[in-house]
Design a protein around this ligand. Structure first.
Ligand code: MG
Length: 278
């Protein structure tokens, strides 16, 4: 029987894009728990924000945060000292990307090239974050303390020279569902491969189901054996997420409802023949 791990985006994928509900995904979450399949959030959210959602979702395993910049491993399951930093006693944190000064230089560069059109989440008061995201005050406070990834809203087009200028600082841009993201040389795919390697080392071969709804999730889907694209609320799929991808399952509904249907379908599908996909 196939051993699965599910690595999943949160906003617009496992969580509803507007109200952050995951009620519609409960049957598949419960089936994953019954089968012992780890469900690993892989998100641009911060470490604290992601841990908040781990608890809400009833998950106790690892998570990937700030667009693959960091990975949190439960000490209980990963007791070896390889991860570089421990926080809060329960998790070891693996840093996979640059932080601090380099990101600040990138923010300054973006501001200088876009004048007032780029607004960084980490510069906004909590009330303004609540207005822009629909997050509660409690979560907005967790969302603005960034380490590896700086989300920003941008009116209009990205200046065409900006990606190359940022690359000279070792920085990259990705487009999420709500914001652009400035980050170092990390992405959800690299973090997923690292984690899948450790999970396989610990408990044997496994196949990864990757799920996401936006361009920023493309590396996650590329790193997965079975790729689930989730519909946007208007029923469309993100072209930059899906273009040219094989082994792609297109969910039959937006957000958590699509997630639920796709995961249950994959669990119920016949065993793969080794070529990947369902
Ligand atoms: Mg998303």
């Amino acid at each position: 029987m196939t051993r699965w791990a599910i690595v999943t985006d949160l906003d617009g994928t496992l969580l509803d894009a507007a109200n952050y509900s995951f009620e519609a995904a409960r049957p598949a979450l419960e089936e994953a728990a019954r089968r012992g399949v780890p469900v690993v959030p892989c998100t641009t959210k911060t470490e604290l924000e992601t841990k908040y959602w781990l608890e809400k979702l009833g998950l106790k395993g690892p998570c990937i945060f700030e667009n693959g910049g960091g990975l949190a491993l439960p000490v209980r399951d990963f007791p070896d000292p390889r991860p570089q930093r421990a926080t809060g006693g329960d998790y070891r944190i693996v840093a996979l990307a640059v932080r601090g000064t380099r990101l600040r230089q990138g923010k300054d560069l973006i501001r200088s090239r876009t004048s007032a059109r780029a607004v960084f989440l980490s510069d906004l008061p909590e009330g303004e974050i609540m207005k822009r995201t629909g997050l509660s005050l409690e979560i907005a406070a967790l969302a603005r303390r960034r380490t590896y990834d700086e989300p920003f809203a941008l009116e209009g087009e990205l200046p065409p020279t900006l990606p190359d200028e940022l690359a000279r600082l070792g920085l990259r841009l990705s487009r999420g569902g709500r914001f652009w993201h400035l980050h170092g040389d990390c992405d959800k795919g690299r973090a997923t491969r690292r984690l899948a390697g450790w999970l396989a080392e610990k408990s044997g071969p496994l196949r990864v189901i990757g799920a996401g709804d936006s361009a920023v999730d493309r590396p996650l889907l590329e790193a997965a054996d079975v790729r689930v694209a989730i519909q946007k609320p208007d029923g469309s799929f993100d072209g930059d997420l899906c273009a040219g991808l094989t082994h792609l399952v297109k969910a039959a509904a937006p957000g958590p409802e699509g997630w639920n249907r796709a995961i249950l379908e994959i669990f119920g599908a016949p065993e793969p023949d080794g070529a990947g996909g369902v």
